[in-house]
Ligand binder design. Sequence first.
Ligand SMILES: [Zn+2]
Length: 421
Amino acid sequence: VPAPAASNLQIDPERLWGDLMETAKIGGTPNGGICRLTLTDLDRQVRDWFCREAKALGCAVTIDDMGAIYARREGQRRDVPPIAMGSHLDTQPSGGKFDGALGVLAALEALRTLHRAGYETFAPIEVINWTNEEGARFAPAMLASGVFGGVFERDWAAARQDRAGVVFGDALEEIGYRGPAKCGDRHPLSAFFELHIEQGPYLEAEGRDIGAVTGIQAIRWYEVTVVGNETHAGTTPMPRRKDALVAASRIVARIDALAREYAPLAVGTVGWLEVRPNSPNVVPGQVTFTVDLRHPDETVVEAMETELRRALYGIADEGLRVEMKPIWHQPPVVFDKTCVAAVRAAARACGLTSRDIISGAGHDAAYVSRVTSTAMIFVPCRDGLSHNEAEFTSKEQCAAGAQVLLQAVLAFDRELAARQR
Ligand SMILES: [Zn+2]
C-alpha cells in the first residue's frame, strides 16, 4: 500500500465533535458550559481521558514537573525535535466548551488522522496539554507554558497558591500529574502550532473561516489602590468626605473613555475591584482594583499608561492617597513568518477563506514562541463570545480549524525535511 499524499489526509469532523462533546461532560454545567478548574479532580479526569486516547494511538506520553502532558508520535527521524500542536484543557469557572479544548482535541484528531493513514512524518509530532492556562485558580495565567518558555522560574511557579492557600505543586501531586521531567529542560521543539477560537468578533463579522494569527497584542496589568477616609455615612457632610469608591469610579470611567480614544484596537478594563470596609453605612475608605490595558502597538499602551497616571494624579490632588503597581507586562508577540505562512497556505489549500489577525487574548503560544517557531490558527466563535457558557463554534468551523492545523503541521514538516536533507 503506497503512503497517502499529505494533501489527501482529512480529519474526521464527526470524531472531533464527538471528542469535544464527550470531554465537555467532564465538569459540564447545566447551562452548557464547563467548569473545569486546573488541577481539580475534574482536570484529572480529562487528563486521564487524553492520556488514554493518546496511548491508544501508540503515542509515548510524558508529563513534566508543571503537569504539562506531551503525547509523542515518532517520525522518520528521532534526532529531529518534534513539531508540536496543543493548547489547554482547563477552563474558567463558567467557561465554554471550546476555549482551549478545541486546540488539544483538534491536535489529537490530527494525530489520529496520521495514525489511521499510516502516514510517516519526517519529524516526530507531539500534542501538548499545558497546565493552568486560564489562571482562574492559580495566578498568573499560562503558568506551565511560561516555565517552558523561560518566562517564569520553576520553583516560583510550583509555589503559587490558590485563594484557599493550596500550593500548585501539591495540587499537581494530589491529582497524580507531577511528572519527573523538568518543564522546558532538554525538550526542544521544531515548531508549535495552536488552534484556538478567536474569542472576538472579527472573523464572524467578515465571514472568514480562518484567522492566520500573526501575533499577540501588548498587555499591561496594574493594581491600583485609592485610600480616602473611612467615616460614618450618616453624619459626614458631603464636602468633608474623601470617598475612595467615588474617586475610583471616576478612574474606572476614565479607563473606558481612554480605550475609546485609541479606537478601534485599544481596550481597557477594570475587571476586579475590592471596597473596604464594604459596609452600607460607611463611606468607603479604601478601594483596590485591577487595570488591564491592551493594544497591538506597545507605544499606544505606553501612552494609555501615561494618561492613566495623569488621571490618578488628579485624584491625589483632591487629597486621597493613590498607588499604582504594575503586576504584569507582556510585550507584543510576533509569530514566526514561516509558521504563519504555513497556516495561510494550509487554509488556501483547504479551500477556506482566511485573513491575518492579531490576538487580543494571551495564549500559551505567546510564551512557547520565546523558545521555538510558533503560530496560531483562529476559527470564528458565535458573537465573538468567550469565557462564557454560551461560547459556540460549529462542527464545521471546528473541523476547518483542525484540517488547517494538520495541513500547516505537514507543510512545516515537509519544509523541515527539505532543509535537513
Ligand atoms: Zn484559551
